[in-house]
Design a protein around this ligand. Structure first.
Ligand SMILES: Nc1ncnc2c1ncn2[C@@H]1O[C@H](COP(=O)(O)OP(=O)(O)O)[C@@H](O)[C@H]1O
Ligand SMILES: [Mg+2]
Length: 425
């Protein structure tokens, strides 16, 4: 029976699908997914070998600037004569070379027996190359949902930018990041990945920073819920909240973050119940539903954990209730190092700054460091003598004197009580 080589028609796609299945089931996994191959068939360049109306071979290519890529090449060998491969290849080249390609490339799996065929058609193996790929955590069809939610993928390096806080970092790494990033490994050890966690601690200690860092570390999109914005929804806050949770369920992965959660879930009291009562109740229902879906993490944060509705913290809703406290010496040093310019840091008495900033939050230290930079800059502008213009330890000490600690002794004491009573690690 004669074999016809021709351009692909729309009704050949079924045949392509069958060929792709054949390749997948008989050899190493194809480099390009079926969806990509189909997309290329429709938008790029494809030729097929047809015998009695049946697709028995295909070659599909796409051009990327001056380089052409063969994204699919297959012959059903149970059916066809041997030179069909080279006829397909030259048909594809005839279609693509007029595009002005400088080269035509093909990626084959190790041990693929097509290698010989390509070599005899003039393709040269390139040595010492490795194929690497990263699956982007948000797929195209999810982008719309993510946009509606105001969520986004964060930079990959936020975790590394959290200075110090070694204990908290280790805890979050072990309890959250590891089991979520490697669910199969976790399952082997019977570890159930967490679905919801509560971070608590005085303002400015880094709860929001940590929530974002966890999302960045996981490579999952970060979606922040702002109850104050949802309240503007005409259906009412509880309905808007439910809608947000439902939309998040459409994403493959997500970190859902709710800051200052005490505002919507504080202790129920008063008769008649406050307007927030309905929201608290809705949230109490939403969290268990959220927990049923893998690949998602809810992070709530609060500055006033003792104000939360008791039902909120009862077992079954949050896997962990984690305190984020004031930075220790190492953390303060690391935070200072982050905000002092590299050009002067060698001449600054860091140990003194670390000692003098005991009791300050990262945010307070950031404030003091910026204030010192600002006043040194102003001094330099006033006095052109370069010796006067540099940042010195005294600038920082002066700025520290003008920095009020966010966390009072009383708040700090309450925080330690909260850790005793409410933390769950
Ligand atoms: N460990 C840290 N290292 C460096 N900067 C930090 C750290 N923790 C917090 N900050 C900075 O302090 C400020 C307040 O942190 P934030 O996460 O908003 O605190 P919270 O959410 O607990 O109120 C932010 O500007 C943040 O960048
Ligand atoms: Mg915050």
């Amino acid at each position: 029976m004669a074999i016809l080589i021709r351009d692909l028609h729309d009704d050949d796609l079924d045949g392509i699908l069958q060929l792709w299945e054949l390749v997948r089931s008989t050899g190493p996994a194809p480099v390009y997914s079926l969806a990509e191959v189909i997309a290329s068939c429709q938008k790029d360049h494809a030729v097929v070998a047809v015998e009695a109306g049946r697709v028995v071979g295909a070659a599909v290519g796409r051009a990327a600037h001056a380089q052409g890529w063969i994204v699919f090449f297959a012959v059903d060998r149970s059916h066809v004569e041997t030179d069909i491969g080279s006829r397909l290849l030259s048909a594809l080249e005839r279609r693509m070379l007029p595009l002005g390609l400088a080269k035509l490339s093909v990626l084959l799996a190790e041990g693929d027996d097509l290698v010989d065929g390509f070599e005899s058609a003039g393709f040269e193996p390139r040595q010492s190359l490795r194929y690497l790929e990263r699956v982007i955590p948000v797929q195209r069809q999810e982008l719309g949902v993510l946009q509606e939610l105001g969520g986004r993928l964060l930079r990959r390096d936020l975790w590394g930018e959290v200075a110090g806080m070694r204990t908290e970092k280790a805890l979050l790494e072990q309890r959250l990041v590891l089991p979520l990033a490697q669910p199969d490994l976790a399952a082997e050890f019977g570890v159930v990945p967490p679905r919801a966690v509560m971070l608590f601690g005085p303002p400015g200690t880094g709860k929001t920073t940590f929530a974002r860092a966890v999302a960045s570390r996981l490579g999952w999109p970060f979606v922040e819920v702002f109850p104050s914005r949802l309240a503007a929804d005409e259906r009412g806050l509880p309905a808007a909240l439910r809608d947000t949770f439902l939309k998040v369920a459409e994403l493959e992965h997500a970190v859902l973050f709710m800051d200052e959660v005490e505002e919507v879930a504080s202790r129920r009291r008063g008769d008649p119940p406050s307007a927030m009562q309905g929201v608290t109740n809705e949230l109490l229902k939403l969290i268990p539903e959220f927990r049923d879906q893998p690949g998602r993490l809810l992070i709530c944060a609060t500055n006033f954990i003792r104000a939360l509705d008791g039902a909120f913290l009862r077992h079954g809703r949050f896997d962990y209730v984690i305190p984020i406290g004031l930075p220790d010496e190492d953390a303060r040093r690391a935070i200072w190092e982050r905000y002092i310019p590299g050009s002067v840091i060698g001449s600054i008495d860091l140990s003194r700054l670390v000692e003098r900033s005991d009791g300050l939050t990262p945010a307070d230290i950031e404030y003091a460091a910026r204030a010192a930079s600002q006043s040194a800059l102003e001094r330099a502008l006033r006095d052109p003598d370069p010796a006067v213009g540099t940042l010195v330890t005294e600038d920082y000490l002066l700025a520290l004197r003008g920095t009020r600690a966010t966390v009072s002794a009383e708040t700090a004491a309450e925080f330690f009580q909260d850790i005793e009573v409410l933390a769950r690690l």
